[in-house]
Write a protein that binds this ligand. Structure first.
Ligand SMILES: [Zn+2]
Length: 567
């Protein structure tokens, strides 16, 4: 039997000593001596120790009963006004440890952890979208080809793997601050009642699987402008809430000028038409989560940023007033919100920094007025060494007084490709070249679909077109099953991804393979999952170490930029 022990995990519980480890490629909890707390499952005898499977239930027993202190917390609810969301997408999930060339690898969390122990603010150590990166266990994968692109595991497995890594790295023994687990971006979509209800059912299922997370982020941006109007009674409540009122909001920065907003009846009509359904859904899912959590506290985040332009601060205020005063969401139930600040995913910010400052300061002030924190979504720039672009973190820090969350994710996956592409070992470089080739293939499928079928459609027509059997049959005939698969997997990201593939394909075909090329960075999610087993089989200790250092460095740089390094 091959045993790997993670010494930093060592806990004492009564007369027993407990450690995490890996036994023949399975995550286990090793117990030496008598332990009162019953772990589940049948243990294997390993010398003087008993090895219990590190299942979901057993990792929660570790967290809640065996550890000297439970570490998972609703961080905002506990009073923290700042934090770092680290969306690791590398992750060694159940069954994958057996493939590891380096049996002690913890899939990217090593570097995040090393940065975290130097941080003055707590981390959401776990953070992935529960209906985009993750795929709930209760859905049929074939029905959702774009879902689960980081590995095909669900919210429960992600939490299990994250707690196992956290324990193995010494989280329960060496870490001063608690951690959060963010069931990130539940994404509600729909163009009519039927599609909206289907999406709500899917998201409720995902949320139920994420019930042991401590934070829930719900995105309703796709419902802005949904064709449903408030009923008569609600309209009256809206108008009486806003009529003749001036909303005064102090600046989050002491001594600086505050804000005031007023809404004419026509504004109320226009904004209600835009936001009513989104607000209603935010309310409904809040109550759904409250039901799942029972007496356990949780943080609730509104994601409002998947729009084409920055959120006007007055509309953010309108949204929050409608939620609380019209729809009756209890005061303090919104822990944070991510409005559109003018950032684009995976692009560094190149706009006007003073305008950014005004936007960030206004949004953070409005949120603080409701007891909520500004959450900065899409905080990844073009690559790790850039952060979100020169000067951006300093603006975010200054304009919020450091009361914010940064949500970072893509950068960690990009560093993995960097490490492979620049590896001294040919077998590791070959993996990147394979990914590059597959990416070009995927891009070719997207480009053809765009030119011949999708390019002339409006953004409204586009989702329905890909649901239609005749269109799918045509695409399958032309692109083959794998091409169709790429098209369907890219579809949730909208027409822009297809347009990008069409625009960049020829140039990418002529270029040297490069993990930082625009095309690769934007499409690698389509080819990542099937290559994971090979990556785990090839990656050597030296490369894992390099990846860990790169991740640590990228994270530390952002902490430093935000003034969040403990010293
Ligand atoms: Zn968002």
């Amino acid at each position: 039997m091959a045993v790997t022990v993670f010494p930093a995990s060592t806990l004492r519980c009564g007369n027993a000593v407990l450690r995490t480890g890996r036994l023949d490629g399975q995550d286990v909890i090793l117990v030496q001596g008598a332990c009162d707390v019953p772990l589940q499952g049948r243990p294997l005898e390993v010398g003087e120790q008993f090895a219990y499977p590190a299942t979901y239930e057993n990792m929660l027993i570790w967290e809640r009963k065996l550890a000297p202190q439970a570490r998972l917390q609703a961080l905002n609810g506990a009073g923290f006004r700042a934090g770092f969301g680290a969306g690791n997408r590398i992750v060694v999930a159940a069954g994958e440890a057996a493939r590891l060339r380096v049996p002690s690898a913890l899939g990217g969390w090593e570097g995040i952890f090393r940065a975290m122990v130097r941080s003055a603010v707590p981390f959401w150590f776990l953070q992935q979208s529960i209906v985009r990166e993750l795929i709930p266990e209760g859905v049929h994968a074939e029905d959702h080809p774009g879902m689960g692109h980081t590995g095909g595991y669900g919210p429960r497995e992600f939490l299990r793997a994250g707690l196992f890594a956290y324990a193995s790295l010494g989280g329960y023994t060496r870490s001063a601050l608690p951690i959060g687990a963010d069931a990130d971006h539940a994404i509600v979509t729909g163009h009519d009642e039927q599609s909206l209800n289907a999406s709500l059912a899917l998201n409720k299922l995902a949320l139920a699987e994420a019930r042991d997370y401590t934070k829930f982020t719900v995105d309703t941006s796709h419902l802005f402008g949904f064709p449903a109007r408030p009923g008569e009674a609600d309209r009256e409540r809206l108008h009486s809430t806003f009529a003749g009122r001036t909303f005064r909001v102090p600046n989050i920065l002491p001594g600086q000028e505050g804000f005031s907003f007023a809404f004419e009846p026509e504004d109320v009509e226009t904004l209600a038409a835009k936001y009513w359904t989104a607000c209603r859904v935010h309310c409904e899912l809040y109550h759904h989560i409250a039901g799942l959590r029972g007496s356990q506290p949780f943080d609730y985040e509104l994601s409002l940023d998947e729009t084409h332009s920055p959120t006007p601060p007055r509309e953010l205020l309108f949204y929050l007033v409608t939620l609380h005063e019209v729809l009756g969401l209890p005061a303090g139930s919104v822990a944070s919100a991510g409005p559109n600040l003018g950032f684009v995913k995976r692009e560094s910010f190149r706009g006007d920094l003073q305008r950014l400052r005004r936007q960030v300061n206004a949004c953070a002030s409005i949120l603080a007025h409701f007891g909520a924190m500004l959450s900065v979504h899409s905080a990844d720039g073009a690559w790790a060494s850039e952060g979100k672009g020169p000067g951006v973190d300093a603006i975010l820090q200054e304009a919020t007084g450091g009361q914010a969350e940064l949500k970072v994710a893509d950068v960690y996956q990009e560093l993995l490709w960097d490490v492979l592409a620049s590896s001294p070992h040919p077998n590791e470089r070959a993996l990147f070249l394979e990914a590059w080739q597959r990416c070009l293939e995927a891009a070719a499928a997207l480009a053809t679909a765009y030119r011949e079928h999708l390019g002339s459609l409006s953004p409204q027509q586009f989702p329905a077109a890909l649901q239609s059997e005749p269109v799918r049959a045509q695409l399958a005939a032309q692109l083959g099953p794998r091409g169709l698969q790429h098209v369907l997997a890219a579809a949730p990201y909208g027409l822009a991804v297809f347009q990008l593939a069409a625009a960049l394909l020829e140039e990418a075909r002529r270029a040297e393979p490069n993990p930082r090329s625009e095309l690769f960075r934007r499409l690698m999610f389509l080819v990542y999952r099937p290559l994971r087993p090979a990556i785990f089989e090839e990656l050597c200790q030296e490369s894992w170490d390099r990846l860990g250092s790169e991740i640590e460095h990228a994270t530390t740089m952002r902490l430093q930029g935000m003034g969040w390094l403990a010293q």
